[in-house]
Design a protein around this ligand. Sequence first.
Ligand code: SF4
Length: 329
Amino acid sequence: MPDFSSGKRYYTYDAYLKKTFGQKCLKIALDGGFTCPNRDGRAGFGGCAFCGGGGAENPLGSRGRPTPSDGGARSFASPAPPLPLRLQYEKGREALSKKWGEHPAIVSFSSYTSTYAPVSVLRALYDEALSFPDVVGLTVSTRPDALPPDVLDLLSGYAARTVLTVELGLQTVCDEVARRLNRGYPYSVFLEAFSALRARGIRVCVHLIDGLPGEGREEMLASARALAALAPDGVKFHELYLRRGAALADAWLSKPFPLLSREEYVEILASQIELLPPATVVERITGDPLRSDAVAPLWALDKKKTSALLDKTLAKRHSFQGICYNCTN
Ligand code: SF4
């Protein structure tokens, strides 16, 4: 629920963690060495047009910039973490503890498609990550078309023994826009995966991108409305930002197309948050580009400024998350 005492008018991930675990938690990103079915040919080639490698929101994972053969060169059957998981965990913990102090950790497989491997391989990776000291939860980011029944059953087991979140990339509910961006699956596949996860009691967080080519304010609100009707456990929003390696960045560099300004993005984002159920956790409100790879818009590099503008905008509207949930217009 929105926690006005924290100055936020939406249900933040930090508030959710404190409610669930009684204290702040660190979220430590791990790269399991997965590839992606939209890169290795099982669902498509080339990846989503907004993906610079690593995933829709992961700047570059821990592997550096992708090469044309990046996806295909990695093995579906035996993905190899680029660094031993324990080393990744220790490095991540050290860096985050310096900033936030010592806290329990959620381990997060967030690079590429982190359910895209045989169940025995997934089990070994997830079990190892959960064995690290002070780990209290597991997050796995994936595509809705990479959740076959045996993987869903595996995930059910983790949901029963830890706080598991499955993050599903969606970005938009509009199939035509998604098709042009080479997302590689229709909205109906997302709906099937979402239902299958929820039917197994698995916590689901959905990713949306605002400012995709071909979408205006109404289309972005339509995605938020559709998600609100599903009442996901969490939503991650971010603005479209272009990074080197992404097909959209190449397209923009050869022929620039309009990108959202910070003010436009925050105005739409505030309206989307108003549409969400109060109990849905707003787990992210901006992207997290690396300065070295950012192409445009460069305002995306200043996340604090975007967050402050969102707070100001909601306060100015005397508004908060859920104020328009279930509104009929
Ligand atoms: S599914 Fe994710 S990792 Fe694969 S190409 Fe799309 S954004 Fe990138």
